[in-house]
Write a protein that binds this ligand. Structure first.
Ligand SMILES: C[S@@+](CC[C@H](N)C(=O)[O-])C[C@H]1O[C@@H](n2cnc3c(N)ncnc32)[C@H](O)[C@@H]1O
Length: 276
């Protein structure tokens, strides 16, 4: 019980046991375990609901159930952000034609309804060669289809536009900064086979976002971390990371990638979320 007239000093925060570690668990459990207002930047690529073959997730939910789940994830993710913290979501175009509410646009509506400030959308031009030929009505205006060669990166801030930090801890060059401010980013995709995961993004994606939107020493979270791309790049750039995924197999892959990239500097154990 607090004694009257005695003002209690704020207790120093215990360091989060999941910092710079791989956490294996469901996204909502992982996000609930991350201390509130402790993350500066979230970079994540959720399952797109395009029937990808993930180890522990059925990627073919009914549209409304998928969006309701994602809104819960965003709500929980926002709690982990510091004021001014950034949330960057990578999402592709819906592959099926005739979608009435495209996923990227639904995400923007969801995040704005959760009071996030919309910084804008980056178009990632994947610079990739055509792999399929779903042209619709061939050489006829009757019903030609668009075949996506791009993905989106949606960027938001929590509560305020500015993020606190020391300019000395900024590590982006003039050239990189100018290139990041242009809203079309051009770089190739990552090979699923090389990485051993069904949907990895290339290291360039988090590298640009981390330098553009955070300072050295900041904490970067990916609750759908997959093969560990965000964690590997964050550690290389002198940021802390929090990595979550519900697949033990992908957590093991992320552990291997991190150990190969950063060796003894990191604690290589995977923590089950229940142990946090
Ligand atoms: C698009 S992939 C992310 C890939 C990652 N960006 C990379 O570079 O490897 C989505 C990831 O979400 C994970 N996932 C799906 N459902 C999940 C859930 N309920 N909780 C935690 N992770 C989940 C999948 O296992 C998959 O690794």
């Amino acid at each position: 019980m607090r004694r009257q007239g005695v003002t209690s000093r704020p207790r120093p925060r215990k360091p989060f046991a999941g910092l710079d570690r791989i956490i294996c668990g469901d996204v909502l459990d992982v996000l609930a375990a991350v201390p509130r207002q402790s993350v500066h930047l979230i970079i994540t690529s959720p399952p797109y609901n395009l029937d990808k073959d993930y180890e522990e997730h059925s990627d073919d939910l009914e549209d409304r159930a998928y969006l309701a789940w994602m809104k819960k994830v965003w709500r929980a993710a926002i709690k982990t952000l510091v004021p001014g913290g950034r949330l960057c979501i990578n999402i592709g175009e819906n592959k099926r034609q005739y979608i009435s509410n495209p996923t990227y646009s639904a995400f923007i509506q969801q995040l704005v309804s959760l009071k996030m400030l919309y910084r804008g959308t980056i178009i990632w031009n994947k610079h990739s060669a055509a792999k399929h030929c779903a042209w619709g009505s061939w050489k006829s205006p009757s019903n030609p289809h668009l075949v996506p060669r791009h993905e989106y990166i949606l960027a938001f801030s929590k509560g305020q536009w500015k993020l606190d930090g020391d300019k000395a801890d900024s590590d982006i060059s003039d050239k990189e900064f100018m290139s990041c401010t242009r809203s079309v980013w051009v770089f190739g995709t990552e090979s699923k086979k090389r990485v051993g995961h069904p949907a990895p993004f290339p290291e360039t994606l988090p590298e640009r976002l981390i330098k553009f939107y955070s300072y050295r020493g900041h904490t970067v979270l990916d609750p759908f971390g997959g093969s560990g791309t965000v964690a590997v790049v964050a550690a290389r750039l002198g940021r802390h990371f929090i990595h979550g995924d519900n697949s033990p197999q992908y957590c093991e892959l992320a552990r291997k990638r991190l150990t190969e990239a950063h060796g003894l500097f990191l604690d290589p154990r995977i923590i089950p979320v229940e142990e946090l």
